[in-house]
Ligand binder design. Structure first.
Ligand SMILES: Nc1ncnc2c1ncn2[C@@H]1O[C@H](COP(=O)(O)OP(=O)(O)OP(=O)(O)O)[C@@H](O)[C@H]1O
Length: 646
């Protein structure tokens, strides 16, 4: 048997594991924990077949890597991609003894460890459905999301067409606002709206004006909740929505716009109890809101969305907002992406939208959606046909970039479409907004990036100059000038190495090698949520002089900085560089992203797209052409059943 000569002294070999699982563990496909869980489940259910243990262990591994399940037919190719847990480990190259698919499937389906199909017993830890193997609790979460989403798309809300048309046109008056009008009308008519779009396409603006439209048609007493997965995203949402509402009201008594809204984290909205496993709000104690808007929905995990859907009143409206092309949740699932790409069941929404906004519905939306669905099935749908079909699922995609420079928009679009040639062409053209630094070896050395060195040093010097004079606003503005992003935490292309280099470059530029915990100009990253100071995990700030010989840390909006004394700060780190994951939800004037070698399993299309779209004006990619190509051509594959009909 290939690969069976496992070294019994290999520390990766799980204790007492059978030979089949030991082989997969030795190859780095499974961890000891995966094997232990699977073999323990075998013991508890009286299942001794190692191929069933292997399927269960792969289901555990799938969850570890963000998938909801494992498709047995796909398992060998997934395993070849390397370990999501330890991306610095090489991909397994052992010719592994995969069981034949048919006997493997048969053994799994008849196992006492496994519930066979949707109607299988409810008390088994693992479930097989249409070739996919789930840990049962994730299958149940997927079922909640599927059931609740489908239920929300059946039957439309009772809203007067003329009143809705008038309200929507009053809030979105320009011809090019068609998709924003469509989103607002969808939110009025449907109990589920999925509002998507790239950076700067007006999602947050639409949320504010959509709330005003809903208040116009349903009355100003509508109870609206705004939520986001992180405290930082919630604070940003609240500020952006309220400033747009204030702008809309313009000092008048426009009651639909004038009442400000509060945003919270999703956990807080649901009533998270630190001591317990359940939320205060669930299907027995629903949320009181008429409308719940959930921003940055690409970062929401499957279990969390299931809890939100469980807790919503059946007649309430849910508006999910996000960019499905960005990195998905650090936990399980890519629910936003699934909801956007799933097979849509024909519904009444497109024809009702066509009645309200005849000029705004994408043209190829036939009332039944058949033409669009068929074109989607061809594998080469044009964007309008795809967007028309998606309307059946309450999905509205915003397409007009309002903020992005042309080059950056074109670059982000090439990455999103998986077009590696155009991506490389745009990067190599080296225009005013994008550039590529190709290192001679796999990983760049620091002297191959003199431009980066200059930018990091200049940003550090600007931050420090403002911080020394006590100019918190100036220091925070400078902090947002340039940001260095990486895929990995460790290794030659990891945060640890590049943050240390950046620290040295800043010291060289400023001539200041100050020691102690709070040197003036130190850039800070908050790593926990803290109610006392109101700081959230992911907030960034700067240590500034307080004018009285001491220092204070400044965070947040440069126009209204939040000042916190160092002794009151929650856990913070120095932030000269951060992972792309960490940077999600933030933007900087200038971004440099250092790519790992092409073989890194973390190098994906979503990672590169997220990194590029963090830049407002300029992005520099440091990496080989192979690495760029590998990223663009490797979309994240998170297995889930949500995109399939059942
Ligand atoms: N219909 C519109 N017409 C003109 N400008 C608009 C319109 N909608 C939004 N904008 C402007 O475009 C910019 C980006 O909008 P917004 O912040 O709502 O986008 P977003 O998609 O939420 O972006 P991100 O998620 O990247 O922060 C803002 O300056 C906003 O005022």
């Amino acid at each position: 048997m290939p690969g069976a000569d496992v070294d019994p002294g290999d520390p990766r070999r799980p204790w007492r594991a059978g030979p089949l699982l030991a082989t997969f563990a030795a190859a780095g496909v499974l961890t000891s924990a995966d094997v232990r869980v699977a073999e323990r489940l075998g013991l508890l259910t009286g299942e001794a077949d190692p191929t069933v243990h292997l399927a269960a262990a792969l289901a555990v591994r799938a969850v570890r890597s963000g998938s909801v399940c494992v498709d047995l037919a796909d398992a060998p190719s997934l395993a070849a991609e390397g370990s999501p847990e330890d991306p610095d480990a090489p991909a397994p190259d052992v010719d592994l003894p995969w069981p034949g698919l048919d006997p493997w499937t048969a053994a799994v389906r008849r196992s006492p460890l496994v519930a066979d199909g949707v109607d299988g017993p409810a008390d088994r830890p693992v479930r097989w459905v249409d070739g996919r193997v789930y840990l049962d609790r994730y299958w149940r979460d997927e079922q909640v999301v599927r059931r609740e989403v489908d239920a929300r798309l059946v039957g439309l809300l009772d809203v007067d067409d003329d009143a809705l048309r008038a309200a929507v046109h009053a809030r979105f008056g320009r011809p090019q606002d068609a998709r924003q009008r469509l989103a607002a009308a969808t939110a009025a008519l449907s109990r589920l709206t999925v509002l998507t779009g790239g950076p700067g396409t007006g999602k947050t603006t639409t949320v504010a004006r959509l709330v005003a439209v809903l208040r116009d048609v349903a009355g100003p007493g509508l109870r609206v909740a705004l939520a986001a997965p992180t405290g930082k995203a919630a604070a940003r949402l609240q500020e952006a929505v309220n400033s747009e509402l204030a702008r809309l009201a313009g000092g008048t008594a426009d009651t639909a716009a004038v009442t400000p809204l509060a945003a919270s984290t999703v956990h807080r909205l649901l009533g998270w109890r630190p001591s317990g496993t359940r939320f205060a709000h669930d299907r027995t104690h629903r949320l009181p809101h008429d409308v719940v808007v959930l921003d940055e929905a690409s970062m929401v995990s499957l279990p969390l969305l299931a809890r939100v859907l469980d807790a919503l009143r059946p007649d309430a409206r849910l508006v999910l907002v996000g960019d499905p092309d960005q990195l998905a949740s650090v936990e399980v699932g890519a629910v936003l992406g699934d909801l956007v790409t799933r097979t849509m069941r024909p519904g009444l929404l497109p024809s009702r939208l066509a009645a309200v906004l005849p000029d705004d519905v994408p043209r190829s939306a036939s009332p039944s959606g058949e033409a669009a669905q068929r074109r989607q099935g061809d594998g080469a749908p044009d964007d309008d046909a795809r967007d028309a079909a998606a309307l059946h699922g309450g999905v509205v995609r915003l397409v007009v970039p309002h903020r992005f420079g042309h080059d950056l928009g074109a670059l982000a679009d090439a990455v999103r479409r998986g077009d590696a040639d155009t991506t490389l062409e745009l990067l190599r053209a080296g225009g005013a907004h994008a550039s590529l630094v190709e290192p001679a070896g796999g990983t760049p050395t620091d002297d191959e990036v003199p431009g980066l060195q200059v930018d990091v040093g200049a940003t550090g010097a600007r931050i420090r100059a403002s911080a020394l004079t006590g100019d918190a606003a100036g220091a925070l503005e400078a902090l947002g000038t340039h940001r260095l992003l990486l895929a990995h935490r460790r290794g030659p292309a990891g945060v640890a190495r590049w943050a240390a280099l950046a620290q040295r470059w800043v010291e060289d530029a400023t001539g200041d090698r100050a020691h102690g915990p709070w040197p003036v100009g130190r850039p800070l990253l908050v790593t926990t949520n803290d109610r006392t100071t109101g700081l959230s995990n992911g907030d960034t700030g700067v240590v500034v002089a307080d004018g009285a010989g001491g220092v204070v840390a400044a965070f947040g909006d440069p126009h209204a900085p939040r000042l916190v004394r160092p002794h009151r700060l929650p856990a913070v780190e120095t932030v000269h560089a951060m992972t792309v994951h960490r940077a999600q939800g933030s933007q900087f004037t200038y971004v440099t992203v250092v790519l790992p070698p092409a073989s890194s399993p973390l190098l994906t299309r979503e990672l590169l797209y997220t990194a590029i779209t963090r830049a407002r004006e300029n992005v520099r990619v440091v990496g080989s052409a192979d690495a760029v190509r590998a990223a663009v051509e490797r979309p994240v594959r998170r297995a889930s059943g949500l995109r399939f009909p059942r």
